[in-house]
Structure formats: structure tokens, C-alpha cells
Design a protein around this ligand. Structure first.
Ligand code: NAD
Ligand code: IMJ
Length: 258
């Protein structure tokens, strides 16, 4: 069987919480496409979940990584360097804002809430890219993050997450410019709404899904496996000329006006 990735490819996937995580769908698709993987978990609370999922992969590296900790990020890349000596791709699927900041009007966002959302959801890409780049130096590499259309347009309750995703998408372009000369590409997929942990308890999420079904050109929502197929394209050799891009994988919803 031919694989999308060269046989000795190594990828790091940050953002798996459970089997519904978009990052887990990407990990599975990348493994099926021939990559060896390192997975991280946010903390002890999620370790068992991720360990169970990782058990279905071929000899993965597992490491803790709270992206707000420089020490944990350093230890993660030290472990990857020790185990593989290099890295071909990085998937960043991490986002967080305080519940309050998604429930109340955006204008009420606190300084701390703003700082936290941008730290976890946007700065973490910069920190991880800086750690990954030296391990990608010899053969080049590909970095991918996950965004949402709330970066560009206002969606009810998305609030400070929209601002964080705007910073994330801009960071994709600045990182692409910095790392391009080393043949490291940096892109985002802006996915349509998918029922994951990050969507649970969001008021009106079912009606958001229905709006996409009603209005998207494809008249349906997308699933994590479809996002993962686009991810494998951007992460692997097929995407070798694409960088600084935000690819909408949303059934075309973004193209519509009224
Ligand atoms: P998810 O809850 O499965 O994934 C979010 C991940 O972020 C979790 O694994 C969580 O552990 C991790 N995380 C949060 N704070 C962290 C921290 N301090 N350190 C390390 N990890 C931390 O939900 P998901 O929907 O798969 O989200 C993945 C990405 O996709 C997010 O960036 C999200 O914004 C984006 N996205 C989701 C949707 C959707 O509708 N579900 C749509 C577009 C984009
Ligand atoms: C999240 C909130 C409001 C509207 C939303 C979302 N829409 C979509 C999402 C329309 C699609 C999901 N999404 C794209 C996210 O990026 C979610 C991020 C998120 C979710 C939570 C929920 C639990 C919590 N903090 C969170 N922080 C970030 O406490």
C-alpha cells in the first residue's frame, strides 16, 4: 500500500482529549497514512483517556503538555528529540476560554479572561512552533492548527475565542514567513461546527449545526474525519507548496452571504 507520508515520518499531535477530538481524527488519519506519532495530554485528568486511545496506535510517544507551561513544552521536545531525533509535522488543536467569557457579552471580557484565551488558544502555537522548528530543520516540516470562522465574523457567544482565533490565523501567516526559508510550512484549517467536548454545553449549538445544514452549499455539516482528510493533505507532501493558508473545511458555509 502506498502512504501519503514517507515511511519514517514522525508527527506530534497536541489537543487530544477524547475520541471525539478533531485532533484524534487527525492522529488516526495520519497513522493510517503511514506516520509515527507523539501525542500529548493536558493533565492527569485526561491522561487515562489519551493513553487508551494511544494504545490503538503503533508504539506512540505519550507526554504531558499543558501549553501554558514553558517547562512542559521544553520537556516535550526533549522527549521527541531523544526518541526520534526529528519531527516532520505538528498538529495544534488546542483552545480555551473561561466559560463566563462565552456566556456573557464580549464587552464584559476581563483582562485575565482575554489574556488566558489568547495564551492557550493563540500564543501556544508560537511556542510549539519554536520548539518544533529545530527538529524539522533537516527535511523541512509542516505545522497545522485548527481555527473557526468566528475569527472573521461575529458568532453569538464565540466572543473572546473569536479574537483569539483572529490572532491565531495571523500567527499562521507570520510563522509561515519566518519558517518558510527552512521549508517549514504553517497552515490552518477553519472547520465547520462539530459536536466535540469544546462544543459541549455551548447554548444553541444544535441550532448552529442546523443553520449550517440549511445554508451551506453542501447542505450538511462536516465531521472530524473530513477535517482529518484535509489535514493529511496539508501535513504531507501533497501540500508541499501551500503555506500561510487558512483552508475552510465547512461545506462551503463561509461562501454564502444571504
Ligand atoms: P476538544 O475539546 O476535543 O479539543 C480541545 C483540546 O484543547 C483538548 O484536548 C484540551 O485538552 C486542549 N486544551 C485546552 N487547554 C489546554 C492547555 N492549557 N494545555 C493543553 N491542552 C489544552 O475539542 P475540538 O473541537 O476537537 O477542538 C480542537 C480545536 O478545533 C480547537 O482549537 C477548536 O477551537 C477547533 N475547532 C473546533 C470546532 C468545533 O466545532 N468543535 C470548529 C472549528 C475549530
Ligand atoms: C464555542 C462557543 C460559542 C460558539 C461556538 C463555539 N461555535 C462553535 C464553537 C459556533 C463552532 C466551538 N469552537 C469552534 C471552539 O473553538 C470552542 C472553544 C472553546 C470551548 C469551551 C467550552 C468549555 C469551556 N471553555 C471553552 N473554551 C473554548 O469552559
Amino acid at each position: 500500500m502506498t502512504h501519503a507520508f514517507p515511511s519514517d515520518s514522525v508527527g506530534l499531535v497536541v489537543g487530544v482529549a477524547n475520541k471525539r477530538s478533531i485532533s484524534w481524527a487527525i492522529a488516526q488519519a495520519a497513522a493510517a497514512a503511514g506516520a509515527r506519532l507523539a501525542l500529548t495530554y493536558q493533565g492527569a485528568r485526561l491522561e487515562e483517556n489519551v493513553r487508551e486511545l494511544a494504545a490503538t496506535l503503533d508504539d506512540p510517544l505519550l507526554a504531558p503538555c499543558d501549553v501554558t507551561s514553558d517547562a512542559e513544552i521544553d520537556a516535550l521536545f526533549a522527549a521527541i528529540a531523544a526518541r526520534y531525533g526529528r519531527l516532520d509535522f505538528l498538529v495544534h488543536g488546542v483552545a480555551f476560554a473561561h466559560r463566563d467569557d462565552l456566556d456573557r457579552p464580549f464587552v464584559e471580557t476581563s483582562r485575565e479572561g482575554f489574556r488566558r484565551a489568547l495564551d492557550v488558544s493563540a500564543y501556544s502555537l508560537v511556542a510549539l512552533a519554536r520548539g518544533a522548528a529545530p527538529l524539522m530543520a533537516e527535511r523541512g516540516g509542516s505545522i497545522l492548527t485548527l481555527s473557526y470562522l468566528g475569527a472573521e465574523r461575529v458568532f453569538p457567544n464565540y466572543n473572546v475565542m473569536g479574537v483569539a482565533k483572529a490572532a491565531l490565523e495571523s500567527s499562521v501567516r507570520y510563522l509561515a514567513a519566518d519558517l518558510g526559508p527552512k521549508n517549514i510550512r504553517v497552515n490552518a484549517i477553519s472547520a465547520g461546527p462539530i459536536k466535540t467536548l469544546a462544543a459541549s454545553g455551548i447554548s444553541g449549538f444544535s441550532s448552529i449545526l442546523q443553520t449550517y445544514r440549511d445554508r451551506a452549499p453542501l447542505r450538511r455539516t462536516v465531521d472530524a474525519a473530513e477535517v482529518a482528510d484535509a489535514a493529511v493533505f496539508l501535513l504531507g507532501p501533497a501540500g508541499r507548496a501551500v503555506t500561510g493558508e487558512v483552508l475552510l473545511v465547512d461545506g462551503g458555509y463561509h461562501a454564502m452571504g444571504l
